[in-house]
Design a protein around this ligand. Structure first.
Ligand SMILES: [Zn+2]
Length: 356
């Protein structure tokens, strides 16, 4: 894909004679243009040689380009002004002792004219003489009493492929608390430490229950929550870091509707059982991931959790029973996959659909 860019180069201090000549050329080419369109289409000159009889003296290159410019306009009725235009054969850009000069045919002869350039224009002109951009036409234009060259370039623009947005799937579980997967890259959080802590708290809790030490029980519950919350903050932070590193645009997680319901129950009952803590903890982890993702500009979606562990994410084979062990070999395609990474991939693909 090419794009045309025009830079406006100011002619450096042209003499009054030169300015008068530029004006004369402009008046002549404008007069020619109006003469040209007044002719019947069949009678209009096609070459500069034919055009000369309808115009006061002008360089052939200017007349040829004028015919092209006039025909490029849609049914013109009158030209208040037509500027002299030069194609890339007739207009040259040169660099002499670090100064830019342009040259083009005029009424006298081909003249070289110094130009004033900005930093950006220098870059464009460098690209032009290095052949990195293709020169278009150059138009001799008067603006507010000063003469300019409007030089156009054809710049090749690499068409941006619309990047497929990268999606990360997150699977939550007991053995691995969290497995995040995006296009083959995975992040694991083992639940080992947390599982140990839960067992520890559970035995403490049952002892306190037996002793009917309710105040101590409450304190224990609060402590367990603080620890779980702290862990969730750490995990969610790491997940978002990973997502940013991987250039993820969207995170998909399972819709833990049941856990949300339990969360509400827990709030109502102010009760603390091991099971509700765990669901509550997952719910909180998702909440933390969601708000941290949103702050980073990553979108979050929830998917239905059915089947996410029951389908091979490589070939789509449906297992008849949940694969045994942490790693499994797909009986259909032979892929060896980690069970939660497989689920996370299926969540990323939203194989069971987006939760409403
Ligand atoms: Zn498979």
């Amino acid at each position: 894909m090419t794009q045309t860019i025009t830079i406006k180069l100011k002619l450096y201090r042209p003499t009054h004679e030169k300015e008068k000549m530029y004006q004369l050329m402009t008046d002549r080419v404008t007069a020619f243009a109006n003469k040209y369109i007044s002719l019947e289409k069949k009678d209009r000159p096609k070459t500069s040689k034919q055009a000369k009889q309808y115009s006061e003296p002008l360089p052939s290159a200017v007349l040829t380009q004028a015919i092209r410019d006039i025909n490029g306009k849609k049914d013109p009725k009158y030209f208040k002004r037509l500027w002299c235009n030069f194609n890339n054969q007739n207009f040259k850009v040169e660099k002499e002792d670090g100064n830019w000069k342009v040259s083009f045919p005029t009424l006298e002869k081909r003249i070289g004219v110094p130009i004033e350039t900005s930093e950006r224009q220098n870059d464009c002109l460098e690209k032009l003489i290095n052949g990195e951009v293709k020169q278009g036409t150059a138009m001799l234009v008067k603006r507010r009493g000063r003469w300019y060259i409007h030089l156009s370039f054809e710049v090749y623009i690499e068409e941006k492929k619309k990047e497929k947005e990268k999606i990360m799937g997150i699977d939550l579980g007991l053995i691995d608390i969290l497995v995040a997967e995006t296009e083959g890259q995975t992040l694991f959080f083992s639940g080992g430490k947390l599982a140990y802590m839960r067992r520890h708290f559970k035995s403490l809790r049952s002892r306190l229950m037996k002793a009917r030490a309710y105040k101590k029980l409450k304190e224990l519950g609060d402590k367990e929550h603080r620890i779980a919350t702290d862990i969730n903050h750490k995990i969610s932070r790491a997940v978002i870091e990973f997502a940013k590193e991987q250039g993820v645009a969207k995170i998909r997680m399972e819709d833990l509707t049941g856990a949300r319901w339990e969360m509400k129950q827990r709030k109502k009952q102010k009760q603390d059982s091991g099971r509700s803590l765990q669901s509550w903890s997952f719910y909180q982890l998702q909440e933390f991931i969601e708000y941290k993702a949103t702050l980073t500009g990553i979108e979050v979606e929830y998917v239905n959790k059915d089947n996410t562990s029951m389908i091979c994410s490589v070939c789509g084979h449906k297992f008849t029973s949940r694969p045994k062990g942490r790693m499994f070999e797909c009986p259909s395609c032979g892929s060896i996959r980690h069970i939660d990474a497989n689920a996370a991939r299926n969540i990323a693909e939203a194989i069971s659909g987006i939760a409403s």
